[in-house]
Design a protein around this ligand. Structure first.
Ligand code: PHE
Length: 436
């Protein structure tokens, strides 16, 4: 029950690993490389870096401040600061709910591909990977694997903040980095890899700095850093008071950028080495990459390792939005943590079944993705920035960022300035442009 002392993450490293776990996910692994490759390569990286600095980090800091200060779930946190702004917490909870409606399904695909790689059946099937994938999509298997993925997430979350989320992140994140590095090295030795590096890193400033690309980079920064969805509010409610949030936000962002770039350094050299065309999203991961692995010695092994990587990245993200909902149900409805996790799991399964069933012919995953990426994330992020610097007392953000005057004594000013005058305006501009 909520009377127990509130859980908290251990040291500095735990905080970074847990928050980076939320951030690093499908966004970094399968969306970033393609967007970058198609939109100016290394120059896009620069645009993305700027987006992270100007929009992502300030918005993350605003969420951190709200969560750590109040030590409550997303709704409770905003409400504790101001009743009138509690809708911001609901917007985060709604976002976490909607993302649950499609993210688990994709994560489930990678689980099936992992299993089929381990058993070898992915490579013994004579059918092409395209037809294997469409046969899989058309069957009932995706929903089974999706439910298994939700149950895996459930298991971790229901063990609690420290014994579940923190411990899992401390095991899974290092493993994820090791796999990334091993794969990047392996791919570097593939014949023709250079062409891939060239595609990914060739610099096209004109493309990268076009309005459309900048917008894409901002959207990617939001999604990838898990801001605007109550996640960072909820996670930071488990931070200790002396956590240096500016340094945490930088570390989390750096790791996310690093993984995004490493993903590109793995995918493109491999794709070009196999003489294939770069694609994105599901066709990249479930059709193009298996095609590449097939041509490599030890195909099943590399393929298993790769899909394990996707699973690790996805799982550390799914536990974060599961936790948003679990903390919400538990604290707002006075449920035990186990019951709250159970409710969250049931709701997640129902939503995934709805998306899978395409009831009334609606593509829910597109709808959910559109609403979260284009409405809830930008608006939630923007109003959180406005809230912490315009509505709250002047000292609020200063005290949070400096830990009551003991850290970041000058640096904090930069972020308060950005939160006041830069970040919300940019988000607003992007939001309007996106809708038109
Ligand atoms: N950042 C995660 C990813 O890139 C997705 C996510 C968004 C997770 C919002 C939680 C909240 O995959």
């Amino acid at each position: 029950m909520s009377e127990q002392p509130r859980a908290s993450f251990g040291g500095k490293l735990s905080v970074i690993l847990v928050a980076a776990g939320s951030a690093i996910g499908l966004g970094a692994l399968w969306r970033f490389p393609y967007i970058a490759g198609e939109n100016g390569g290394a120059a896009f990286l620069l645009v993305f870096l700027l987006s992270v600095l100007v929009v992502g980090i300030p918005a993350m800091l605003a969420e951190f401040a709200v969560g750590r200060h109040t030590k409550k779930n997303a709704v409770g946190a905003f409400r504790a600061l101001s009743k009138r702004w509690s809708w911001l917490g609901y917007s985060g909870v709604l976002g976490a709910l909607l993302i649950s409606g499609y993210y688990y399904l994709i994560a489930g695909w990678s689980l099936e591909y992992f299993v089929n790689s381990v058993t070898g059946s992915l490579y013994s099937d004579a059918a092409s990977f395209t037809s294997q994938f469409s046969e899989f999509e058309g069957s009932w298997r995706p929903i089974i694997y999706c439910v298994i993925f939700i149950l895996m997430t459930h298991l971790i979350v229901s063990f609690g903040v420290e014994k579940g989320i923190e411990r899992a992140s401390k095991i899974m994140m290092p493993l994820l980095f090791i796999i990334l590095i091993v794969m990047a090295v392996r791919v570097a030795f593939m014949p023709g890899a250079a062409k891939g590096y060239e595609f990914f890193l060739s610099c096209d400033f004109e493309k990268a700095f076009s309005p459309d690309t900048i917008m894409m980079a901002m959207g990617q920064a939001f999604f990838s850093l898990s801001v605007g969805m109550g996640c960072m509010v909820t996670y930071s409610s488990y931070f200790k008071k002396n956590n240096n949030m500016i340094s945490t936000s930088f570390n989390v962002s750096l790791l996310t950028i690093l993984v995004s770039v490493l993903a590109g350094l793995i995918i493109f050299p491999a794709v070009f080495s196999a003489g294939l065309e770069p694609t994105e999203g599901s066709s990249l991961v479930f059709i193009t990459l298996p095609e590449i692995f097939k041509g490599m010695p030890l195909a099943a092994l590399w393929s298993s390792i790769f899909f394990l990587l996707v699973i690790l990245a996805a799982l550390t993200s799914t536990i974060s939005f599961h936790e948003v909902l679990t903390a919400y149900f538990s604290e707002e409805f006075k449920l035990s943590r186990k019951s709250a996790a159970f409710v969250t799991t049931v709701v997640s399964i129902l939503l995934s079944v709805l998306t899978f069933s395409k009831l009334f012919g609606v593509d829910y995953s597109n709808v959910f993705d559109f609403v979260t990426a284009n409405i809830l994330m930008p608006l939630g992020g923007m109003f959180t920035c406005i809230f912490v610097v315009w509505y709250m007392k002047k000292s609020f953000m200063k005290d949070e960022l400096t830990n009551e005057g003991t850290a970041n004594r000058y640096l904090y000013k930069v972020f308060i300035f950005m939160l006041r005058y830069v970040t919300p305006l940019i988000i607003f501009y992007i939001f309007i442009k996106n809708l038109i």
